[in-house]
Design a protein around this ligand. Structure first.
Ligand SMILES: Cc1cc2nc3c(=O)[nH]c(=O)nc-3n(C[C@H](O)[C@H](O)[C@H](O)COP(=O)(O)OP(=O)(O)OC[C@H]3O[C@@H](n4cnc5c(N)ncnc54)[C@H](O)[C@@H]3O)c2cc1C
Length: 446
């Protein structure tokens, strides 16, 4: 008999701002008795919800139970900047690109995941305020950022991908911001309200056959022929389980010392007054990722209370998978500096929300889609692009578990495992020193 004790529960620092903007929802459904199912999916982020959706498509009448430690949209899936990117987005590369042939198949796979999400959005009645394929701009504030954009543009050209180069005046016209010297627009990115998307997906999936339990952290697993999934309120027994917990795969005892736990951070302003929105100018909504991967992401969004600006920057390597409130406060200074530099016309606008969230990366930029043990599957390690890669891993893990073959699945199964990291006492200071150095090099793009 296999027994797995879960060593750590997820801890999400700061408020889940996107979720806070949405109306209150139904009372939480927690596991409060023993039950059985055909499938258990652990984790209700992009990977878990995509896995549940794909299972429900493949296995008509099967009962699927999805469990999460927190409420849907309170974890990383509801805390991100909402860029569902189709093109290569390797955070460890200087310009996001990698090897040409790999990037072409990666882009095709990413688009498959975005199409899958688009169908969910359509089937579950999500509007363009939740999911819209509006594209994104890689914005450059420095000569170095501009050079990154040119390298990336050359890479896109070699891939046969269209793009549009924007000068400083065009950047101002679109965003209202004079700070940027150039931009590179690509059309294939979907921009989402992440909390609304995962809440919409969970609500749309929920039925007699698909049951979603929140605030139900899994404390352990036992294999006695079936898998028994333990929570404080009861056990769920099923022959097959998909782990869609991203970096918490380590907490279930798998891939020790092969997953890098990184946090990134965001702040969101209070609502702008109509006068402030007018002073800003530009389009009503837009999304800008930094030309330098270590730079600052910015979005202008609409919310029921008024327009808002989201700022995201900084990465820290935290193998403990937890960060302190003090960290959130110290990163807040980087957000305020980035906001002030880009939005001098919005003096006096304060931040209403500040938060952080987990990413999981591997040194060789691979995800983990595999059968870990008999009937136990993984859809984890999304390398910082979890909206897209998480969706893809969830689809592929469900296909692996149901014996549904495809070239995409073959590619995922042929990928190497995440490579070993140096011991933690070396990896933590070394990785944080490299991140700091890269962030310093990003200069005004940060
Ligand atoms: C500020 C910020 C900005 C970001 N911006 C972007 C972006 O623009 N685009 C992008 O693609 N990505 C972005 N990301 C990353 C993205 O949010 C993650 O990669 C993505 O959420 C990973 O999806 P997932 O489903 O694999 O994992 P998660 O979203 O982490 O979901 C895993 C779930 O498993 C649950 N879980 C863990 N352990 C247990 C347990 N023991 N029992 C039950 N449940 C458990 C967790 O509560 C969690 O809800 C950003 C992240 C942050 C923090």
């Amino acid at each position: 008999m296999t027994r797995i004790a879960v060593t750590k529960k997820p801890v999400d620092p700061g408020p889940a701002a996107w979720n806070d903007l949405l109306p209150a929802r139904d009372p939480v459904r927690v596991v409060d008795e023993d039950t059985t199912a055909d499938w258990v999916v652990i984790g209700a982020g992009f990977a878990g919800l995509a896995a549940a959706r794909r299972l429900s498509q493949q296995c008509g009448s099967d009962k699927i139970v999805v469990l999460d430690a927190c409420r849907v949209a309170e974890g990383p899936a509801g805390r991100n900047s909402g860029f569902m990117i189709d093109l290569p987005h390797d955070l460890s590369s200087s310009d996001y690109g990698g090897a040409l042939d790999k990037d072409v198949t990666l882009t095709a796979d990413n688009r498959h995941a975005i199409d899958f999400a688009a169908t969910m959005a359509q089937d579950f009645g999500m509007g363009p305020d939740v999911f819209a394929r509006t594209g994104k701009i890689n914005a450059a504030a420095t000569a170095r950022g501009d050079a990154h954009n040119r390298e990336y543009a050359a890479h896109l050209m070699a891939m046969g991908e269209p793009f549009e180069v924007l000068d400083s005046a065009q950047m101002k016209e679109r965003t209202g911001i004079s700070y940027y010297r150039s931009g590179l627009f690509t059309a294939g990115t979907a921009i989402i309200q992440p909390a609304a998307f995962v809440r919409g997906a969970a609500a749309g999936l929920s039925s007699n056959r698909v049951q979603i339990f929140e605030n139900s952290p899994v404390t352990g697993l036992t294999h006695d022929g079936d898998w028994v999934v333990h929570t404080a309120g009861g056990n769920v027994r099923a022959p097959k389980v998909i782990l869609a917990v991203n970096g918490h795969l380590n907490s279930f005892g798998f891939l020790k010392n092969r997953l890098m736990h990184v946090f990134t951070y965001a702040s969101m302003t209070q609502p702008l007054t109509p006068q402030q929105s007018a002073r800003l100018g530009g389009a009503a909504t837009w999304g800008v990722t930094p030309a330098d991967p270590m730079g600052t992401t910015v979005r202008r969004i609409t919310s029921p209370q008024g327009d808002r600006i989201l700022i995201r920057n900084r990465f820290t390597f935290d193998p403990s998978m937890e960060v302190s409130d003090q960290r959130i406060r110290s990163v807040a200074q980087d957000h305020d500096r980035a906001f002030k530099a880009r939005f001098p016309m919005l003096g006096g606008v304060g931040m209403q929300y500040r938060w952080g969230g987990r990413l999981c990366l591997s040194r060789n930029n691979v995800s983990v889609v595999t059968e870990l043990e008999d009937g136990l599957y993984a859809a984890c390690c999304q390398n910082g692009l979890g909206t897209t890669r998480g969706t893809l891993s969830g689809i592929l893990a469900a296909e692996l578990a149901t014996g549904t073959g495809s070239d995409r699945l073959d590619r995922a199964l042929a990928a190497p495992a995440p490579v070993l990291l140096p011991p933690r006492f070396i990896a933590k200071p070394a990785a944080n020193a490299v991140l700091k150095w890269q962030e310093r090099k990003a200069g005004a793009d940060l």
